[in-house]
Design a protein around this ligand. Structure first.
Ligand code: ZN
Length: 154
């Protein structure tokens, strides 16, 4: 059984690591929050990468992150498309991520918002977001570090 009312991250983690592809697929489509499924935070990651490198701590961080992204989704009232979530180390190197990137710990997302430019999203987040905010030109980076940070790319 998949967790229903209360999301049991230990159970979900075991399902994600299951040898049974159907169990894995169901774990990936598990609803983390009202508008977000687990697979959205693991976008572009292969089952092999997840099996080898995705830890229970990563899943716990993903859930904390999802709650925050849901809050933003709710406040905005617009769909959010995550373009990068958790990355294994090799992927992070390949995409030119920072060596201490919070994508490695599953505490960061890059995303776009339907109907808004990244600049509009960043201008809206800046006054109140207390964690990390990255000013991409084609995306917004957001992370749940426990302190205020603002930065650009390139
Ligand atoms: Zn990022």
């Amino acid at each position: 059984m998949l967790p229903t009312k209360t999301l049991d991250l230990n159970i979900l983690f075991n399902q994600l690591k299951s040898n049974d592809i159907n169990v894995y697929n169901r774990a990936m489509t598990a609803q983390l929050t009202k508008n977000f499924k687990l697979k959205e935070f693991l976008v572009y990651r292969t089952r092999s990468q997840i099996r080898q490198y995705f830890t229970l701590t990563h899943l716990k961080n993903t859930f904390r992150l999802a709650l925050q992204v849901q809050e933003i989704r709710t406040r905005l009232g617009r769909p959010i498309r995550i373009t990068s979530g958790w990355r294994d180390i090799k992927t992070n190197v390949r995409v030119g991520g920072a060596i201490n990137s919070l994508h490695l710990t599953a505490e960061a997302v890059d995303f776009v918002v339907e109907g808004l430019t990244p600049k509009q999203v960043q201008d809206w987040l800046h006054p109140w977001w207390t964690g990390g905010l990255g000013y991409g030109t084609t995306f917004t980076h957001l992370d749940i570090r426990p302190y205020y940070a603002r930065f650009g790319y390139g």
